[in-house]
Design a protein around this ligand. Structure first.
Ligand SMILES: [Zn+2]
Length: 322
């Protein structure tokens, strides 16, 4: 089992990290968050980090954040594009503009693809992770009803785009999201066809809500936009146990990916807190058959002062499970 680490916090955080130390601790991959605003001014710093990571033997995956916020794991992540191009953003069922670009908007698609090509040129990496791509969704609200979505729906169905989130709209949003991911994968693979396109569906929103969810894994794994599927196994007090969360999430995803001869990557959160039982979680994932486990993330684990206590036993167990 390979164990990776996700690194958030932007370019500023990368300056303090020596990838050789991560490799010494047994990590074999890093998932580096690349914020739209950082990449505007500081892309060479991210490129240096990616190069140093590769030199230390780590596999690098780029995780673009912002960029119109179609890829939107955290609503607080800002996007300059959204601020400057509100007219290319989604329109919800009440006619309001949302702070999320529309994946069917041709001008946004062109801008997004061009930015992903640039990132793929700049950063030496194994692949890109598209983190929770989604349409706008809220209680009773959904996007998108912009003119492009209306036109596209009309061309496919020869009737107006319904105001209700009907099954036909759900299918339309799902296929729109798949087309967006196809464009994203094509953009990076036009730079290097070996680059892997990894998709992390939302773990909280369903396909009906987001356009893409963990509930339609077979369709996702079967898409040519997807080389690997990622999934987050989460547990909390009062919910399923860690063993159940890891076992069931991995079983569902690996069943869909193995059918397509593709790989899956399981994510868990990790900290040095004894209550988080990180070392146990690694063993449980190994027993479940996980081949690539990613711990989220650097800030909560390695940057924590308590990491010193867990560092040696963690490295030892990573080595054992390798
Ligand atoms: Zn739209």
């Amino acid at each position: 089992m390979k164990v990776g680490l996700s690194i958030g916090g932007g370019v500023g955080a990368l300056d303090d990290i020596d990838p050789r130390h991560l490799a010494e601790d047994g990590f074999s991959s890093v998932f580096v968050a690349c914020h739209e605003r950082d990449m505007l001014w500081h892309a060479p710093r991210a490129a240096d980090f990616a190069r140093a990571s590769q030199a230390a033997g780590l596999q690098v995956y780029v995780v673009p954040l912002g960029y119109g916020r179609v890829i939107d794991p955290d609503p607080s992540i800002e996007s300059l594009y959204v601020r400057e191009h509100p007219h290319n953003c989604q329109i919800d069922n009440r006619g309001r503009r949302c702070t999320k670009a529309c994946p069917n908007n041709p001008s946004f698609l062109e801008w997004f693809s061009s930015n992903m090509r640039t990132l793929a040129w700049l950063l030496e990496c194994q692949g890109f992770l598209w983190d929770e791509p989604s349409f706008y969704s809220a209680r009773g609200g959904w996007g998108c009803r912009c003119e492009y979505c209306e036109r596209l729906y009309y061309a496919e169905h020869e009737c107006e785009l319904p105001v209700d989130l009907s099954d036909s709209v759900v299918r339309f949003r799902r296929s729109s999201m798949t087309m967006f991911l196809l464009a994203a994968a094509a953009a990076i693979q036009s730079v290097d066809r070996r680059l892997s396109s990894v998709v992390m569906p939302s773990s909280v929103l369903t396909t009906r809500e987001a356009g893409l969810g963990l509930d339609e894994l077979n369709a996702l794994a079967g898409s040519s936009a997807v080389d690997q599927v990622s999934a987050y196994a989460s547990w909390h007090t009062g919910g399923p146990s860690m063993e159940t969360a890891i076992g069931t999430t991995y079983e569902a995803v690996s069943e869909a990916t193995s059918r397509q001869d593709k790989d899956c990557i399981l994510w868990i959160s990790g900290s040095p807190a004894p209550s988080d039982r990180l070392v146990d979680a690694l063993r449980v994932a190994h027993v479940a058959g996980v081949e690539h486990l990613v711990v989220a993330g650097y800030q909560s684990l390695v940057a924590s002062p308590a990491y010193a206590k867990i560092r040696a036993p963690l490295a030892q167990v990573i080595e054992q499970l390798r």
